[in-house]
Design a protein. Structure first.
Length: 661
């Protein structure tokens, strides 16, 4: 085994930082704290990064060697910026500090010990796309019959394997929790996982999850190595601790088992990533696992006005599982947050767009404004309204609504009903079905375009006589689907046509093709609701073409800069960011909180999401919801304001009348 040098304290350097001048009292108490485990509950906008940076600088000044410090962050960029700042503060070379993401540090350690987990030290790291390809190779080599029925795509399986790894569950447990509709396939999926693991070892390749699981394994199984690293790292600092998963938390405990100088920094009120394996209990249980831990709270907020913070404090106070804290603003008093009910979703979008134009006229640049929402499909009408008014915007939560693959998939069926000569849509549509690749789709199109009625061979099933390799199930589905679509074409009912596509196989396609199939299904539900405004298929398709073909940037008035854009984002994507003006839309029961989260008993995480969204605002906060919404099955329904609004004290906001506005 390679010999390691245990770093001893070096002589303290002369203190050059005036901590009392650089930090507020709360921050100072953390930075100057004595050794031992420390939990820092850092409220939104309270200078968390500053505290971590100055704590590292303080440790170096005290004589802790750079190689004895481990700094774990959630992005390598964050670690680089912190260490660059430390270097500027103490005028020391910080290259020997172990700083970076869990995966980055895991890679560094495994380069020394890979053989202990069946790898060579020169292993390659698979990115997500490469890992998906290896999973698909494992599927192919498993000899499992994936052609006689639908089977999960490589990306779906990889996501499932990743969730199991990060939550330290078996594949069967992960399926039960994450994808119960694959329960009948659990044995086959477990077989593929085993083959996938073998293939990685054979090719000396690890995926990102292996960097954690293998690191954890060598620490768990090798007491000598565990002690070595626990002695090497005199101090461990972990940023965003509320977002760690179980395996990351156990790694931290292994590394800090001897010195116990573990400082974790985070905000339990901003723990919002359970869907990808983050474990909220890690931060709550830290004082139980480290009974001697001191708890510090950073409650001085440098971002938001007192009025915004009072609303956020009032909201999060309804959560039972939390470290109680009260954010206090250093800013002058500002405008009180606004609750803005609107007649319907169209008026909600009109209000947001009109208010943005007014703010722009008042001198607020567009890049200081954001529109936040719980789910991506909530933004559809706002995207349309901003586009119509020529307000440039960028979407941080994915593609523009009408440019998403599943929207284009479903619309391709409607396009061929409107225009049977649409070659692109025919081929896109065929390739959705099992065992139909590009070549087969080309051949089918060449055949049907010569027919007097291209739908006839599909409805009559004559297509099977010419293409004997096409699955019987596809032939049956096409016959039923296109018969129904042809009848609906006469009724000019685009919403019913979309429903028919979903009913005849597309929902199953989503489940087996995309890890986030539920969110995509919500998008399609919103598309159906949107389509009910149109009594003509051609008009509906023309509107979609215009919306996907034009963007705010392209129609911005000449002379303006296209660098200024309103940001549209899900709340999850917005965490860690801030804007002067924030609109939160669809603050209505049934939308936010998310109904599925309520079923799963996750109301407190939903409230934390609302808290995160509210605390993104620096100066002005608008909470919007429609009073009337249309549901294709239930018709027009009255929307109740979100419980996150109704539970607020009445003096924390003012309500605007949009009709008068």
């Amino acid at each position: 085994m390679k010999k390691y040098t245990i770093h001893r304290d070096i002589s303290p350097v002369k203190a050059i930082i005036d901590y009392a001048r650089e930090l507020n009292e709360e921050q100072l108490n953390v930075v100057l704290s004595e050794d031992g485990p420390i939990l820092v509950i850092a409220g939104a906008g309270s200078g968390k990064t500053r505290v971590v940076t100055y704590r590292v600088a303080r440790l170096l000044e005290k004589g802790v060697p750079p190689g004895g410090i481990l700094l774990l962050t959630f992005t390598n960029k964050a670690a680089r910026e912190m260490l660059h700042r430390v270097e500027h503060l103490v005028k020391m070379d910080t290259r020997y500090i172990w700083g970076g993401t869990f995966h980055h540090i895991g890679n560094m350690i495994l380069r020394q010990h890979a053989e202990r987990v069946g790898y060579r030290r020169n292993f390659t790291i698979l990115d997500n796309e490469d890992a998906k390809d290896v999973v698909e190779l494992a599927v192919k080599e498993s000899k499992i019959d994936t052609k006689s029925r639908m089977f999960p795509k490589g990306g779906v399986l990889k996501e499932l394997f990743s969730y199991a790894a990060n939550t330290m569950q078996t594949i069967e447990e992960a399926i039960h929790e994450k994808s119960p509709f694959f329960y009948d396939l659990a044995g086959e999926i477990a077989t593929i996982h085993k083959l996938y693991t073998q293939k990685k070892r054979e090719t000396n390749a690890m995926d990102f999850d292996d960097l954690l699981t293998c690191w954890h394994r060598i620490l768990a199984e090798d007491e000598e190595l565990r002690k070595l690293y626990a002695m090497t790292f005199r101090h461990i600092l972990v940023d965003e601790y509320q977002d760690t998963n179980r395996i990351q938390s156990e790694i931290v405990d292994f590394m800090g088992v001897i010195n116990r100088n573990v400082m974790v920094v985070g905000d339990d009120a901003q723990s919002i990533y359970s869907f990808r394996g983050a474990n909220f209990q890690n931060i709550l249980d830290f004082p139980k696992n480290y009974e001697e831990a001191r708890i510090f709270k950073l409650e001085t907020n440098y971002r938001s006005t007192p009025e915004i913070l009072e609303l956020a404090n009032n909201s999060i106070s309804h959560n039972m599982s939390q470290f109680e804290k009260t954010l206090r603003s250093v800013k002058k008093s500002g405008v009180i947050p606004v609750i803005a009910p609107s007649r319907d979703v169209i008026q909600q979008a009109e209000f947001v767009a009109q208010r943005i134009l007014e703010l722009s006229d008042e001198g607020v640049t567009l890049d200081r404004i954001s529109v936040l929402y719980r789910a991506h499909y909530h933004s559809m009408e706002v995207q349309m309204e901003l586009t119509r008014r020529g307000i440039p915007f960028e979407i941080r939560s994915g593609l523009r609504f009408f440019e998403q693959a599943h929207i284009k998939d479903v619309v391709s069926f409607l396009r061929v009903m409107s225009n049977p000569n649409d070659e692109i849509s025919w081929k896109r549509m065929f390739k959705i079905f099992p065992r139909i690749g590009k070549k087969t789709a080309d051949h089918i199109y060449t055949y049907i375009k010569e027919c007097e009625d291209p739908f006839d061979p599909l409805i009559s099933k004559k297509i099977a006589e010419t293409f004997k390799s096409i699955r019987k199930e596809n032939v049956e589905t096409w016959s039923e689907l296109f018969s129904e679509l042809k009848n609906l074409r006469n009724d000019e009912a685009p919403g019913d046509m979309i429903s028919a596509v979903l009913k005849h196989g597309y929902i199953e396609y989503l489940k087996f093709t995309y890890p986030n199939y539920e969110a995509r299904l919500e998008d399609l539900g919103q598309l159906i609701n949107f389509s009910t405004r149109y009594h003509s298929l051609d008009t509906f398709l023309s509107e979609l073409s215009l919306m996907s073909g034009l963007s705010g940037e392209e129609i911005i008035a000449a002379g303006d800069t296209d660098e200024e854009r309103v940001v549209l984002s899900t709340i999850h994507q917005a965490k860690g960011l801030e804007w002067h003006i924030v609109f939160i839309i669809w603050c209505a029961e049934g939308r936010f909180p998310n109904p599925k989260a309520l079923e799963e008993g996750a109301i407190e995480e939903e409230r934390r999401l609302f808290y995160v969204a509210s605390t993104r605002a620096m100066d002005e906060l608008y909470l919007c919801y429609p009073i009337l919404a249309f549901d294709r099955q239930a018709g027009h329904i009255i929307m109740r304001p979100s419980r996150f609004l109704t539970e607020l004290d009445g003096n924390r906001y003012e309500e605007w009348s949009i009709s008068e506005y």
